[in-house]
Design a protein around this ligand. Structure first.
Ligand SMILES: NC(=O)c1ccc[n+]([C@@H]2O[C@H](COP(=O)([O-])OP(=O)(O)OC[C@H]3O[C@@H](n4cnc5c(N)ncnc54)[C@H](O)[C@@H]3O)[C@@H](O)[C@H]2O)c1
Length: 318
């Protein structure tokens, strides 16, 4: 069987990462199926919708999930469906927690009747919790400091305890950028989304969450991964699983950290305009710094992360 008829199911495929992955894999001639309950996204863009098979389905609904998988088989399932974003998550912790756990539980219970079906799970750097300033590898202790991170760790545990092998857990760091020409309406806006929006509205004012963090310039530091690199990681992870029936957990970052102030300055450079910056503290629980050690990712998947410079990361937003 060639990749031209390989079937990929993307749960939560109507969301930001899902639509970008869909676009990427369609170009590579994979057959794409999406299930999404549209709880945090808008209906999938029509340019993509007529090239895929879309099913409006809530993975939390056990009977509907069971029925769906009864008649379908996939080569790969990419499991993105979740409530995410700490602020959004905390608005209704119990509902959000249940959503992520039950969706994952139903998927692993019903989605893998065929032993050849492979799984890629979208986990998060939030599973690590508070970390020191060095780069963290996958063996680092997982002690989430928020319920979102805890839900992702619980989902990892469900997968590790239910499936023997044939899966990759990807711990995404901060995903940025886009490979699609149309706009995706997002419920959770990242730092770059917010700055990009302000530029479009010509509102050159921004608040940074304090400047007393123990970092090079006092503002929080993050590891950003461009969506195109992330898409390539998924393709390579799938290829890895077709050759090795294993289970692995991999960090997905660029291995480089930038501060929030670095990001604002890079935008300023691009638009040749200055932002008026305030430093009001709005989130007392913000992680001061986090950066991925990506040695395992590079060695196992033989991948080279291409977009590491800040300019490559911000340009999709201008
Ligand atoms: N965006 C990032 O930087 C980032 C970082 C780390 C991890 N992640 C993880 O990656 C995944 C995708 O993130 P995203 O940014 O595209 O989020 P998103 O909110 O844009 O997409 C999530 C999608 O899942 C759907 N969904 C939620 N619960 C569902 C359910 N019970 N049944 C069916 N569909 C459901 C939503 O409607 C939405 O379309 C999430 O699991 C998220 O936790 C994202």
């Amino acid at each position: 069987m060639t990749k031209f008829n390989k079937k990929i199911l993307i749960t939560g495929g109507a969301g930001y990462i899902g639509q970008n992955l869909t676009n990427y894999f369609l170009k590579k001639k994979y057959k794409i199926y999406i299930i999404d309950n549209l709880s945090t996204s808008k209906p999938i863009n029509k340019n993509l919708k007529n090239k895929i098979n879309f099913f409006k389905l809530d993975l939390v609904n056990k009977n509907r999930a069971k029925l769906f998988f009864k008649s379908k088989n996939f080569d790969l399932i990419i499991h993105l469906a979740a409530f995410s974003g700490v602020e959004q998550f905390n608005k209704n912790v119990l509902k959000s927690f249940n959503n992520n756990i039950l969706a994952t539980k139903n998927l692993v219970n019903f989605g893998f009747r065929n032993k050849n079906t492979k799984l890629i799970f979208a986990s998060s750097a939030a599973v690590y919790g508070k970390v020191s300033s060095g780069k963290i590898n996958e063996k680092h202790n997982c002690q989430p400091v928020n319920y979102y991170g805890l839900s992702k760790l619980a989902c990892e545990n469900i997968i590790n305890n239910s499936l023997k092998s044939n899966y990759v857990i990807l711990r995404y760091f901060n995903v940025v950028g886009s490979n699609i020409s149309f706009k995706i309406t997002k419920k959770i806006n990242s730092l770059m989304d917010i700055i990009g929006k302000k530029i479009k509205q010509k509102k050159y004012k921004i608040n940074i969450n304090g400047r007393k963090f123990e970092t090079k310039d006092g503002t929080p530091e993050r590891d950003f991964i461009h969506i195109n690199d992330l898409c390539e990681i998924h393709e390579k992870a799938y290829k890895y699983l077709t050759k090795n029936k294993k289970k692995i957990t991999l960090n997905c970052g660029s291995g480089i950290k930038y501060s929030v102030l670095d990001v604002v300055k890079e935008f300023e450079k691009n638009i040749k305009n200055k932002f008026k910056i305030s430093y009001r503290i709005t989130n007392t629980e913000e992680t001061k710094t986090i950066c991925a050690n990506i040695d395992l990712l590079k060695n196992l998947l033989k991948i080279n992360i291409k977009r590491k410079k800040l300019n490559d990361l911000v340009k999709d937003y201008i």
